[in-house]
Write a protein that binds this ligand. Structure first.
Ligand SMILES: NC(=O)c1ccc[n+]([C@@H]2O[C@H](COP(=O)([O-])OP(=O)(O)OC[C@H]3O[C@@H](n4cnc5c(N)ncnc54)[C@H](O)[C@@H]3O)[C@@H](O)[C@H]2O)c1
Length: 356
C-alpha cells in the first residue's frame, strides 16, 4: 500500500497545524535541503507548451529519495471556473523504485512557493522590512501574505490586482485570520500606489506574455523584489531595465532552469546571477548593503517540491490520521507472477487490499 495525501487530508492537516506554522516548518526543511545542494541530481523541468498554457514534470533525487511533480500553468483557466495552477506528485525510494507517497500538490505548491519566497526574503530583504506590496491577488496570494507575516513579521500589506474582485476576496480571507489582526491591509488603486514606499514587493500575477508589472521608476533603493509570477518562456513580470540596474542583486533557484523561465530570460546568458544555494551555504551574500535592490527571481524548483513531499511524509509518519492508503502497487506472493497474482484464474488478490 502507498500513502496518499488528498485535498481533504491537507485541509485537515492545515486546520490542525495552521498554514503559518506549516510554512515556517517547511521553510526550515527547504533551507536545510538547499544547504546540501551538491547531493541532488538536478535538471531543468520538462515543459510541454501550448498556446494557452504549460504542463511540466519536475524530477529530482538525492540518491535516497526521488520525487517528481506534475504541474500546469494556464492563466486563462480562471475565466472558465478552473484554477491556473494544479499539481500532484510522488515521493519514491531510490533503492527499490517503489512509490512511498502520492500527494495532491495544488495547495501544497501554494504553501511551498510562499515558504520559499519568505525564506529567500529572510536572506535578502532588509531586516527592518515591514511593508509589503502584493501585486496579483489570485490563488497564491493569501499564502504569500501568511508566509511573510509569519516569517518576516510584515505589518502592512498593500494589495493590488487588475481584477478588483480578486482584491476584495483576499481582503475578506485575510480579515478572517486571527494572525492577520495586527496587519494593516491597504487596497491600492494602482500598482504604482501599492509599491510606493514598500520594503518588499511580491508580484504573483498570471498572464501568458512578457507583462510589465514593475517598471524602473517604481523601484526604490533598499527594496526586495519577490517575482513569483514570471515562470515560463515568454511569461515575465519585470521591465528588463530593472534587471540591468547596477545596484540590483539577482538570486535564482537553479540557474539552468531560470535562464529559460525566469525574469533573467530577458538577459544575456553571461549576465551574472547568484544561486540561492550559494546564499544559504555562505558562498554569496543575499544582500550586501541596505541600499541595494535585491531580486528573488522565483520560478519554482523541484527541490522545493522534494522538500514538501518529504516534510509531508515525515508528518504523516507521526500523524497517520492525515493520510490514507491506496493500492497503487500490487502486493503479491510471487513477484514474478504478476498475472497470476492479480488477474489470473486463481486471482490471488488476498494481499491486494483496496483503499479504505
Ligand atoms: N514561482 C513559483 O514557484 C510559482 C508557483 C506557483 C505559481 N506561480 C505563478 O504565479 C502566478 C499566479 O498564480 P495564481 O495561481 O495565483 O494565479 P491566478 O490566476 O489565481 O491569479 C493571478 C492574478 O493575477 C492578476 N493579474 C493578471 N495581470 C495582472 C496585472 N497586470 N496587474 C495586477 N494583477 C494582475 C489576475 O487578475 C489574477 O487575479 C502564475 O503566473 C503562476 O504560474 C509561480
Amino acid at each position: 500500500m502507498v500513502d496518499y495525501v488528498g485535498i481533504a487530508d491537507i485541509q485537515h492537516l492545515i486546520e490542525e497545524i495552521g498554514a503559518g506554522e506549516f510554512m515556517e516548518r517547511l521553510a526550515g526543511q527547504i533551507e536545510s535541503d538547499y544547504k546540501r545542494w551538491g547531493e541532488f541530481e538536478k535538471s531543468p523541468r520538462l515543459a510541454s507548451h501550448s498556446d494557452v498554457g504549460v504542463i511540466e514534470l519536475m524530477p529530482i533525487s538525492d540518491g535516497g529519495l526521488y520525487s517528481f511533480k506534475y504541474v500546469n500553468g494556464h492563466p486563462k483557466n480562471t475565466g472558465e471556473g478552473l484554477l491556473t495552477v494544479t499539481a500532484f506528485g510522488v515521493l519514491a525510494a531510490v533503492d527499490t523504485g517503489y512509490p512511498l507517497l502520492l500527494s495532491e500538490l495544488t495547495i501544497t505548491t501554494a504553501l511551498r512557493t510562499s515558504a520559499m519566497s519568505a525564506l529567500a526574503a529572510k536572506w535578502m530583504a532588509r531586516p527592518d522590512s515591514k511593508v509589503m506590496a502584493l501585486i496579483g491577488n489570485g490563488a497564491q496570494s493569501e499564502f504569500q501574505a501568511i508566509a511573510f507575516q509569519r516569517i518576516l513579521g510584515i505589518t502592512e500589506l498593500r494589495l493590488f490586482d487588475v481584477d478588483p474582485k480578486a482584491t476584495a476576496k483576499i481582503v475578506q480571507n485575510l480579515r478572517a485570520m486571527p494572525e492577520m489582526r495586527n496587519v494593516t491591509l491597504v487596497r491600492a488603486t494602482s500598482c504604482e500606489e501599492a509599491v510606493r514606499g514598500a520594503d518588499i514587493v511580491t508580484t504573483v500575477t498570471a498572464d501568458k506574455r512578457n507583462a510589465v508589472i514593475l517598471t524602473p521608476d517604481m523601484i526604490q533603493p533598499g527594496m526586495h523584489l519577490n517575482a513569483v509570477g514570471g515562470d515560463c518562456p515568454g511569461k515575465t513580470e519585470l521591465h528588463v531595465d530593472i534587471l540591468h540596474r547596477p545596484d540590483v542583486r539577482i538570486v535564482v533557484e537553479y540557474e539552468p532552469q531560470s535562464r529559460i523561465e525566469g525574469e533573467i530570460q530577458q538577459l544575456a546568458a553571461a549576465h551574472p546571477v547568484i544561486e540561492f544555494a550559494e546564499v544559504v551555504r555562505g558562498a554569496a551574500q543575499g544582500r550586501a548593503a541596505a541600499g541595494e535592490v535585491t531580486l528573488f527571481d522565483s520560478v519554482g524548483f523541484a527541490l522545493e517540491d522534494y522538500s514538501a513531499l518529504r516534510f509531508l511524509h515525515d508528518l504523516i509518519a507521526e500523524r497517520p490520521e492525515f493520510c490514507r492508503q491506496i493500492d497503487l502497487v500490487p502486493e503479491i506472493d510471487d513477484p514474478k507472477d504478476l498475472y497470476g497474482g492479480t488477474l489470473g484464474s486463481g486471482k490471488r488478490r488476498a494481499k491486494l487490499r483496496r483503499a479504505a
